[in-house]
Design a binder for this molecule. Sequence first.
Ligand code: UN1
Length: 514
Amino acid sequence: YQPLIDEMATFMDKEHHAKPLLAFNVDDDTDARHTVLCPFDRRVQVGSVQWTSADQAAKAVDAAWSAFPRWEATPVGERAEIIRRLADLMETHMAELMTLCSREGGKLLTDGVAEIREAVDFCRYYAVRAEELFGESTPLPGPTGETNELILGGKGVFAAISPWNFPVAIFCGQMVAAAVSGNTVLAKPAEQTSLVAHRVVELLYEAGMPRDVVQLLPGDGPTVGSILTSDPRITGVVFTGGTDTAQIINRSLAAREGAALPTLIAETGGLNAMIVDSTALPEQVVEDVIQSSFQSAGQRCSALRVLYLQEDVAERVIEILKGAMDELRVGDPRDLGTDVGPVIDDDARRGLMAHIDGLKQEGRLVAEAQLDPTQTGNGTFIAPTAFEIDGINDLEREQFGPILHIVRYRAADIDDVIESINKRGYGLTFGVHSRNESFAEYIAEKVRVGNVYVNRNIIGAVVGVQPFGGQGLSGTGPKAGGPHYLLRFATEKSLTINTAALGGNASLLALEDD
Ligand code: UN1
């Protein structure tokens, strides 16, 4: 990491200013600026962002529609080439992007590197898949006298609404998937991480993307987000974030008078569980639990929230877990010795503290990591905590932070445990720890989730290898980083030609003969 850290130092003190990147010129408007503060030191101003106005957003939709036919007609090889150049540029600008991920998003160095690699992987994977899917039409069987084929095209204008927890990877993954499939894109980054998104879109333009094909609309959800989702000209929305917000978007899309039926691709929250039976290796369990619950300060939708321990192993696992949590170092994300960085902002911290205080008052605390105020005094830090609860139904909603809930279960009750998890309605990630292969297989088959992991941690899905996404309250599918993802961004056109009309045999007669 040292060469990267040295290079990052050259960007550390720079203030960044971002504004909407639209098909037309946008004046600097000093009144509409939003200040970005650093999560690990709220005294530091990282930069400022100019929000998109309602008028600019409407004009951006016009420009996106004008650009759509030309972009859709651009050969997929050319579209994919631009995306590949973006991947190369992100690699050469790694230190600068990392600096922004760290200062604006509070990311650890290790998380930042993984994040930018994931963005690069999304670009290269979708470029290949687009060429496979959109390159040539698929011939279909049919009666003599006619030919049939299936042709894929773009759908129109997509709004891409992305979260702050993966401000490069998910931001990029959505935007690139929509664009490489032949759609024009209005990307709204999370308000907390607009600076790094702005830099990525600048690199995308440098890679050759026309400015009217992808536009950046920074702003907050209630204004820019709702302008986009209520505009009847938006063909589809690709969204990653909370389940509540996905439901608001869904209602807003459905309420549009006279609009074409929309596409909503949503990847939302989870109450992700892990089941540990009596044959599991306690040390390995704890290592994987610590990573799954506390890496990225628990701010991943894939993070572990509810750990089910079979009663015979519970004491042993909890004892080792307590020891491991005592060792966690919470602090400055730029320091390589740090295990857990800050949560994103004051609002997030307040919400998590309310949950923690409530469970503490009920006397449910099992373990709590230590905070060193000289390290954490100026930032939005939360000490990782573990609580014991009775079951997944004790949790009203996902808590997006470093909080683990533990449930003890009896071996005879395993089917009830699985049923309660399935009934709760989320279905994102899930883990099993067991050396009993048939037990692990049985559980993996019964649980209704998107990603099952056996005898390992449950975060960090790899593009193209572990396609990521859930079902039920956790999302619509198809899975990001998977072979079917681009299909949701595409239209399918069947083309049937009666070749008899061109001099062959009449197709209907041929059918009757069969
Ligand atoms: C998210 O947290 O919103 O499995 C997505 C992972 C990531 C995806 C997380 N690749 O951790």
